[in-house]
Design a protein around this ligand. Sequence first.
Ligand code: RIB
Length: 308
Amino acid sequence: METGKLVVLGSINADHILNIEHFPQPGETVIGKQYKVAFGGKGANQAVAAGRSGADIAFIACVGADDIGERIRKQLATDRIDTQPIEAITDSTTGVALIFVNGEGENVIGIDAGANAAVTPDYLARYQQKVVDADALLMQLESPLETVIAAAHLAKQHQTQVILNPAPARELPDELLAMIDMITPNETEAHRLTGIAVNNDDDAARAAQALHDKGIATVIITLGSRGVWLSENGRGKLVPGFKVKAVDTIAAGDTFNGALVTALLEGKMMADAVRFAHAAAAIAVTRPGAQPSVPWREEIDAFLQQQE
Ligand code: RIB
């Protein structure tokens, strides 16, 4: 299929996942079950979602000089990703995420950046041609902020669209927001960026407008099982997702982002691209873990056919 080129700049983590009935209170110990280590990291999850759903994609990232980093890099290559811009950093360990999943399938996450901290502006400069050659650049916030800003500047100079998934939540400088073409916060991230708590559609519309006012044309606020608030140049609407039984929501947002950008680069209209991304995310939440849960193109197409 004819498709534009995508470059993802972001994180790679080894996810240590423990299922527990409820999240522990301070001072409390809870006994978990089904401990496992899976490949994750918001950047890598989004790159995998793009690769498996059919994008022409390169991934700028770092792993540690350790066994798991090498295994992750090999796995990413089998997910149809150009892994040439992924280096193993001497004296660093691969990024780590410690994840609790509760009985409702919700999660809480703590992170050690490890080698992700080595994705500096100098590192980006070594692979800048990937950004120059791409039609779209997709980033998150598990990489150093100065690199995210440098990459956005580079993309803007070369007519590469800038898409930011602003996760995990933090405030961002106007300088960066002004360079973003499309932003995809969840409710928490939208609140942190705009100061507007997103509890209903009116709040979502106001938060989206606040982001338009910073210079962002397309705002997609993800609302969990309710779907997304899609706002283009100030005109917003709720686009519901598909109802499925969630096992865990790890990487649901990442899968949505990777699949969305893939569909847009294929030339799909926004409404169709959001539907495609909803389908990918719906499949992901029915499976445990981050990258192990991300569907392939055939699975997404089959899921969508079943809905017709
Ligand atoms: O978005 C889910 C991801 O967040 C996990 O894979 C974990 O690595 C953290 O980065």
